[in-house]
Ligand binder design. Structure first.
Ligand code: ATP
Length: 242
């Protein structure tokens, strides 16, 4: 039986060393759903993605992916199940060329048979990567790196993608291009959890959005709900945005 939910996080507490960053977070992502996570710097969005993808282990709580409990599993075990985390930091190997990077990314057992089809999809989605196929990662622009990072995620044959601030440092034009590409990815039936600081970007893409504040989810906003951007910016980022 196909589960209704791709991801269900319940009461997760997690953090680093002796302190907690996440104070009991619960959220859901449905099959075919696009969900945003929005909130100020340092309030736990990346930590939440890390706790889901096995980079850190939740101290308390459950993480169910496609019906299976994955809390505390290794990052490799999570990737093997098809839950792919595209991190914010640029983790590409600087000396490696674009095409080598994409081919290497299809390393897991499940992704190998789909390598050639997925490579075609990535190059169709991001024609710029095709033009730069023999270029070393260290010489790519910020936008091209972001496209390659998402391409790496797609080469892993994802059943769900978690993207951490894909628009960081990008121009408005590139943001628009990326929004189209991310929209196309989700139309292929891949559910998305998208961490973003650009509220307009999240609202343009997501079916629902959670607001994260001090390691907790403090509000949920659905698409079409009347949202006062300025009020949210003021609540979460202070007076200068009012
Ligand atoms: N590896 C780590 N070791 C110790 N503390 C960490 C580590 N990574 C993050 N933190 C701390 O955890 C808190 C939450 O950080 P996190 O990166 O999850 O926030 P964020 O909401 O994603 O912020 P941003 O939008 O700036 O990326 C911060 O206080 C941060 O300094």
């Amino acid at each position: 039986m196909t589960p209704d939910l791709a991801l269900e996080v319940s009461g997760v507490r997690a953090g680093y060393d002796s302190y907690d960053v996440l104070m009991g977070v619960s959220l859901k992502v449905g099959i075919n759903e696009r969900v945003g996570l929005f909130g100020p710097n340092g309030h736990g969005k990346t930590t939440l993605l890390n706790a889901i993808s096995g980079v850190i282990k939740p101290r308390v709580g459950n993480v169910r992916f496609m019906g299976d409990e994955i809390a505390g599993k290794s990052p490799q075990a999570v990737v093997d199940r098809g839950l792919i985390h595209v991190p914010q930091a640029n983790l590409l190997f600087p000396q490696m060329e674009v095409m080598e990077t994409l081919e290497l990314a299809a390393f897991c057992k499940r992704a190998k048979p789909e390598k050639s089809a997925n490579l075609d999809k990535v190059l169709q989605l991001f024609p710029r990567l095709k033009e730069r196929r023999r270029q070393q990662c260290k010489t790519l622009s910020g936008g091209e790196r972001q496209m390659l990072s998402i391409g790496v995620g797609l080469m892993c044959a994802p059943k769900m993608l978690m993207l951490d601030e894909p628009t960081l440092g990008l121009s408005p034009k590139l943001k628009d291009e990326l929004a189209v590409a991310i929209g196309e990815i989700s139309q292929t039936g891949i559910p998305l959890l998208l961490v973003e600081q650009d509220i307009s970007f999240v609202l343009s893409l997501a079916d629902r959005m959670y607001l994260v504040d001090h390691g907790e989810i403090t509000r949920e906003v659905s698409k079409g709900q009347d949202v006062d951007h300025e009020q949210i910016m003021q609540m979460y980022f202070g007076e200068e945005h009012a």
